[in-house]
Design a protein. Structure first.
Length: 679
């Protein structure tokens, strides 16, 4: 065949069996270029459209598209027309092909040898006169040569049949392998497309998950700040009122209820915040030397008191020797153990709680056994989920539902393992395995920590008066710190914004301490601190007092360590401990009259008290009955402005208001009204 003619024949044969739309563009399965339909043909060998150039250059297809034009196909058709149907199955076999070849070879050789024999016989007759013996010899020689060539032709014919069949089988196998390869390539292409699509979906899902996680972190940060701000006032004043000896017992019970509710809400906020820190990867471990043996005894002694309050037996067992010092994040290790022991004592109503400690090969194993109600296997699968609580132990129990979740997350973060086993009605066992490398050549263990420290109440401090500047945009938070620190002898100034605080410092005010909020209008706390650091002169000690707990572990270049960050709601003991460390204070167990600000009684005795008019007294009395602190202070400011002679009375009332002595104020106001009526 010629190149053009062969392809044209193929294309016509293909189009006759599968007509194409002449205006459609097709892609060649070999060169993968696109051509118009008239220049394309369907190739049965490659099972797809093929262009004229690829069809011309290809010689391995065996003209599958012109099957009927092949000689073998025409010969097979002729035989089927001549022979009966029962012979047809044998036509396409190897024996059938051999017989057909022999039917051609035998008469062909016979004809050729017959012609040679007649020529030789005629020549011999002319030469010898037709001798019979010579004719017989010539016939015998030609017959022998004919039979030899016939045998050789049969062998060659059988070899050709076998070669044809082998080539046919090889071609079929090649076509089959080619088809399988094409299927494999197509499968890989589809798999690759599916993989690419799945990867794109996974990337989008990952991006959405990261965005959702960031949104969750922002939400938790914002909601934590918004909850901590009012909670600071609730718990702050609850602490002040709880320490006020003048409050009646039944009122102290109410204050205790307020404080417990606030502490529960605070634990829920802090638990959620810890989870958000861990999930977002912002929680870092502060690994340093830790007194392991001492710390375990200390924790056990604390929970022994809680167990005794519930009439539970508490057992602390140390199996083998445990190291004095290890390298770990003490705060997080204690948090894990406290959560587990707290849960065990909380949900155990009778029996015992056992705390076991073992150590070997740098691994610490901590086990907590309890005789509580136990849990079902279905409940065990979700005890580490946030806010999950087993139905068998939830009755009458309080808590945020985050203790076990945080313990599990912290254990995983530290590279440890936390497991639990339980049986309904038999109790539960929690096991913690932590890698805590032992440290040698550390300072001696202080046995004083084994005894719970009971801090005496702090009423004041010795030495010169210390000045404190409070910078906070929330008036309630400023007044709370003033109410806490002024009675102890500190001299306080307040500023409602960063600009106001900087103006005070620029005017020459030289505080020893600055208590600084972060979220403020105008310039925030960080910018305010930068400008304070840029001022000349003595630098004050600075503590960040903020409701934004996410900022506590943030890296900064201003020298604010995590211990200088006090999270709202402010625990009074934490703030006083910080002041003690930074200012090196020596606390007084009892008030020092020469050091502390003037009390209500001393103020009344040292200055004559002039009462305002009855109308102002009645208005102030109504505000005191409502317990409206801000309204009381505003009214007292108005009285001072309108009646300067009433300054002593105003200061006395203001001091009582700061200490929330509303009942004492009502008694004093009623006495003034009675005296005024008598006059």
């Amino acid at each position: 065949r010629t190149a053009v003619g062969g392809h044209e024949a193929k294309r016509c044969a293909a189009q006759a069996s599968a007509p194409e739309d002449l205006t459609r563009v097709q892609r060649c399965v070999i060169c993968e270029h696109e051509y118009e339909a008239p220049d394309m043909a369907h190739c049965p060998a490659y099972r797809g459209a093929i262009c004229s150039l690829c069809c011309t250059l290809d010689a391995r297809c065996g003209d599958l598209c012109k099957h009927d034009a092949a000689l073998s196909a025409q010969w097979s058709g002729a035989l089927r027309w001549l022979l009966p149907r029962r012979v047809w199955p044998y036509l396409d076999t190897g024996l059938g092909h051999f017989i057909l070849l022999m039917l051609i070879i035998v008469p062909l050789l016979a004809t050729v040898f017959g012609m040679f024999y007649r020529q030789e016989l005629a020549a011999l007759t002319e030469a010898t006169g037709g001798q019979r013996a010579l004719e017989e010899a010539l016939r015998s020689g030609f017959f022998k040569a004919y039979m030899a060539l016939l045998l050789l032709g049969g062998i060659v014919a059988w070899w050709l049949v076998l070669a044809h069949k082998s080539r046919q089988v090889a071609q079929e196998e090649s076509n089959r392998q080619t088809h399988l390869l094409m299927q494999e390539v197509e499968s890989h292409r589809q798999t690759d497309e599916a993989l690419q699509a799945a990867t794109a979906v996974a990337e989008r899902a990952k991006l959405q998950a990261e965005q959702a996680n960031q949104a969750k972190s922002r939400y938790i940060s914002a909601i934590s700040h918004e909850l901590r701000t009012p909670l600071n006032s609730i718990l702050g004043y609850a602490q002040l009122m709880g320490e006020d000896a003048s409050i009646p017992a039944h009122r102290k019970q109410a204050v205790s209820v307020i404080k417990r509710g606030g502490e529960h809400l605070l634990s829920l906020i802090e638990g959620t915040l810890d989870m958000a820190h861990i999930e977002s990867g912002k929680l870092t471990l502060n690994v340093k030397p830790m007194q392991f043996a001492n710390g375990m005894h200390e924790i056990a002694s604390l929970f022994e008191l809680q167990a005794a309050a519930k009439r539970l037996a508490f057992k602390f067992e140390v199996q083998g020797a445990i190291p004095e010092w290890v390298r770990a994040d003490e705060k997080r290790v204690r948090q894990i153990i406290i959560n587990l022991l707290g849960n065990a004592i909380k949900f155990t109503q009778h029996g015992s709680v056992t705390f076991k400690v073992r150590y070997g090969r740098e691994m610490a194993q901590l086990e907590v056994y309890d005789t509580g109600p136990g849990m079902l296997p279905a409940e065990m699968d979700r005890i580490f989920d946030p806010f999950a609580r087993a139905a068998s132990v939830a009755v009458g129990a309080t808590g945020s539902g985050l203790g076990l979740t945080i313990a599990k997350m912290l254990t995983d973060l530290m590279g440890g393992e936390l497991t639990a086993t339980s049986e309904l009605g038999e109790g539960s066992v929690f096991q913690v395995r932590l890698f805590l490398p032992e440290l040698h050549n550390q300072p001696g263990q202080s046995l004083e920590r084994l005894v719970p420290v009971v801090r005496k109440s702090r009423h004041g401090y010795a030495g010169e008066r210390r000045r404190i500047l409070v910078v906070d945009n929330e008036e309630a938070d400023r007044e709370l710190l003033v109410s806490l620190l002024e009675p102890m002898g500190f001299v306080l100034r307040v500023a409602a914004s960063g600009h106001d605080g900087l103006d005070l410092l620029a005017s020459g005010y030289d505080p020893d301490v600055v208590l600084l909020d972060l979220a403020m209008p105008g310039i925030d706390g960080w910018e305010t601190l930068r400008r304070i650091r840029a001022l000349d002169g003595r630098q004050p000690q600075v503590a960040i007092v903020s409701a934004n707990a996410f900022e506590r572990g943030a890296d900064n270049t201003l020298g604010i360590a995590s211990e200088d960050f006090i999270v709202k709601p402010v625990r009074h003991s934490e703030l006083l401990d910080w002041l003690e460390r930074r200012l090196e204070l020596v606390w007084l167990d009892a008030p020092d009259a020469s050091a502390l600000p003037m009390t209500v009684e001393s103020a009344a005795s040292k200055a004559p008290s002039v009462a305002p008019p009855p109308a102002d007294l009645l208005a102030l009395q109504e505000l005191v009955r409502l317990g409206f602190y801000r309204g009381i202070t505003n009214k007292l400011d108005a009285i001072r402005g309108a009646h300067p002679a009433c300054g002593s009375f105003v200061e006395t009332m203001r001091t009582m208001a700061r200490q929330f002595q509303f009942e004492t104020m009502l008694t004093r106001l009623q006495d003034e009204l009675d005296d005024n009526h008598a006059r």
